[in-house]
Write a protein that binds this ligand. Sequence first.
Ligand code: F6P
Length: 343
Amino acid sequence: MSTPTTTLPTHDELATPVGTTLERYIMRKQAEFPFATGELSQLLRDIALASKIMVREVSRAGLSSLAETVGPEGETTAPRHRLGEEAHIRFVRALTNGGECCAVLSEARPDIIETGNQDGKYVVALNPLNGSVSLDFNVSTGTIFSIYRRVSRYGGPARAEDFTQGGRAQVAAGYILYGSSVMLVYTTGHGVTGFTYEPSLGEFFLSHPKLTIPAQGTVFSCNEGNWFDFPEFARSFLTTCKERRYTARYVGSLAADYHRNLFTGGIYLYPPTGEWPSGKLRLLYECYPIAFVTEQAGGVAVTGATDVLDVPPSQDLHQRVPLFVGSAELVRELQAAAAAAAA
Ligand code: F6P
């Protein structure tokens, strides 16, 4: 009788490191900045912690009616879902417990939320769960966040001015994509880094040390149902895309559509429409952070003729703007068409 042979793992296989955790990466980066106090690092960890809880909740969205709509009216664009509400609570709680964040602006609430950490140096604007209307149908969703150092006096309450410093004042921004895998992508202004969640270990691992978006692409992403409301320059740009036989891809969740185009090259468009004459997406917690990531990845984000990061924020903390974002050459082509139309 022959003895069954077993293949044992080699020493080298077992010695292969699992990789760099988000935690370790943040600590390493912090050490590179001599005057860093560690507070921003802690803030990023808080965001990662809340996102891990959301990974668990989103992955069981079909169970326990978790994805039910809780009301027709958020403060925002779409019916709110239980999970959207839960995401809001989880992120605010994590940022409150961390201590570095004095206030949060969330898509789910009309007003600034004070965390009680009046000595906290930072404020965070976020869309806790974009695309949540599609959760019932297993579509990818995301959390988008933007971080500022406060300009109001430490020790006192946060003010609207902390959130309206303008896109170029962001100290960090990014998003978490809850998709076929979960990724956390962020920038602190030194390039864009991507981490992939390993569910069995409960950790984000460095998977994309330097993300860059291809300068050109052949994917266009928009809700074409709004075609007849689109401004002429957007229609003519899209017609050109079709003449070139580009590919249409649209999930309807900004983080998911953006993330795909970041890898493949392409353009995401949300022009003004009849329903949303100023554009649908929110400047402070969707367009600014996505634009910051995009510029750091070598891409371009505009509202038409203007770069998103140069759009001055209004008094309205939930201000909407049009968004065209993605590969530099494609977006600049669109921008030239918008500028010509405006002339
Ligand atoms: O946050 C607004 C948002 O849900 C985005 O995530 C998404 O890209 C867009 O609206 C979808 O809008 P529509 O359903 O009009 O295509």
